[in-house]
Design a protein around this ligand. Structure first.
Ligand SMILES: Cc1cc2nc3c(=O)[nH]c(=O)nc-3n(C[C@H](O)[C@H](O)[C@H](O)COP(=O)(O)OP(=O)(O)OC[C@H]3O[C@@H](n4cnc5c(N)ncnc54)[C@H](O)[C@@H]3O)c2cc1C
Length: 404
């Protein structure tokens, strides 16, 4: 450890994604003044938190008793307030969920009910209403409009949080990788040893590896799914949509399906996919493929053989690497979309999804597990970006009682 870097701390947070930074902020606001955040990269937010759609979800899809439902509306509201306070633009553009055919209407109605149960502000509309609200969208008979869905720029949020934490005296150590933990609340990092009173694992796509080092959650592993986007050509009809257009998802899976997102800058993206891939940071080609990829492949194969829902994803998603197939999916949601209206984009993220091996099931909700003097956020899947500030508040309250 270099001399100017801390060798001990009260609270140690592993990972400077949105989950780690919002927890650090909530703790600092509570008056804790000895917080260290470790980040293996040179900057905060280089992974999921800087690569997502930036959608602040309204709480439509989730079971009423899930953590997702519990935190979504509160998290979105806290994030919007944060943006307003810091002069960060929020595109309060809403979204529509459209049905491709009669077979999707039951699920659409089911979504409407769960949205209402979760307190989301939604309206069921017909094709005529849709035409006046979002003329480019197309649906079969009915659609849902979600009034409170909004979009923010993830990179701007991450930079603002980072600067605020620095001002608050939180020490964020970049290029410092957690390697292992030892007895007596010591962790070994790539920059030396740090001792702590309490440790929070917010390592995103690597949270399972970190948890296992603390002897927590051995029955779980994160598997990576690649979220590829394409962009709608500026000037095309679809690039002028008013808000976001989503399909009716397959509720058995945690992914929402390829959709149109109007980003905070006004650019319209199509995506993301959910393609099983072989590296937690495999953003392109062979980049991010490591020795571990063998065990990811084995895990994916085991799921493929044992879990029909995963098998369906693995059979349908990979072809969306080919732009035409992603286009074909997206085209079903809108009135006019020519293949030339969808252009290549460099935007890509990895959606780390937790698998519970005793049941061979994808874990659908967030999972927060306690260890000895440690807490592990194990399945920070979408909408964890939306929920981050509410999760942080919850963890801060828990921590105050645990460490009092
Ligand atoms: C394509 C895509 C689209 C999405 N769209 C949305 C959306 O529209 N709305 C929404 O609510 N959610 C969305 N999500 C989900 C959302 O982005 C994530 O839930 C959220 O960003 C998770 O944040 P995190 O802090 O847990 O993870 P991350 O942002 O991945 O942060 C974890 C950090 O930990 C660091 N780290 C890992 N291991 C170590 C180690 N050993 N030592 C030190 N540091 C370490 C990593 O470098 C990383 O910076 C999307 C995700 C993806 C991928």
């Amino acid at each position: 450890m270099r001399s100017h870097e801390p060798q001990s701390t009260d609270i140690l947070i592993i990972g400077a994604g949105v989950v780690g930074l919002t927890i650090a902020r909530a703790l600092a606001l509570k008056g804790l003044n000895d917080i260290v955040v470790l980040e293996k990269e040179s900057q905060a937010g280089l992974h999921a938190s800087g690569r997502n759609s930036g959608v602040l979800h309204a709480g439509i899809y989730y079971h009423a008793d899930s953590l997702k439902a519990k935190y979504c509306r509160q998290g979105a509201s806290l994030m919007k307030d944060y943006c307003d306070l810091n002069g960060i633009p929020v595109a309060r553009c809403g979204k529509v969920i459209v049905a491709k055919n009669a077979g999707e209407l039951d699920t659409l109605h089911q979504l409407f009910k769960s949205a209402q149960a979760n307190g989301a502000h939604v309206t069921m509309i017909d094709e005529k209403d849709l035409e006046s609200i979002e003329p480019e969208a197309r649906t079969f008979e009915k659609a849902i409009i979600s009034h409170d869905t909004a979009v923010i720029d993830p990179k701007v949020i991450m930079q603002t949080l980072y600067q605020e934490l620095k001002r608050m005296g939180v020490r964020i150590i970049s290029q410092c990788q957690f390697i292992r933990c030892e007895k007596h609340r010591r962790v070994v990092t790539s920059k030396g040893v740090i001792t702590y009173r309490y440790c929070i694992n917010a390592a995103g796509a690597h949270a399972d590896v970190v948890a296992h080092a603390f002897d927590v959650g051995h029955e779980y592993t994160l598997l990576p799914f690649k979220g590829v986007y394409q962009q709608c050509r500026p000037g095309s009809r679809v690039s002028r949509i008013a808000g976001n257009i989503y399909p009716v998802p397959d509720l058995r899976n945690p992914f929402l399906g390829v959709h149109f997102t109007k980003s905070a800058s006004g650019a319209v993206y199509v995506g993301p996919t959910a393609i099983p891939c072989f590296g937690r940071e495999n953003y392109s080609g062979l980049k991010g493929i490591r020795l571990e990829s063998l065990s990811i492949m084995t895990g994916s194969m085991r799921l493929f053989l044992s879990n029909p829902k995963f098998r369906a994803v693995a059979m349908t998603e990979p072809k969306k690497y080919i732009p035409y197939f992603l286009y074909r999916d997206a085209k079903q949601l809108v009135q006019h979309l020519a293949f030339k209206d969808v252009v290549q984009s460099t935007k890509v993220g990895i959606r780390a999804q937790l698998v519970h091996w005793p049941t061979n099931e994808l874990v659908m909700d967030f999972l927060i597990k306690k260890g000895v003097d440690s807490l592990h956020i194990l399945n920070a899947i979408s909408p964890a970006w939306t929920c981050s500030m509410a999760i942080a508040e919850h963890i801060t309250n828990e921590l105050s009682t645990m460490t009092a």
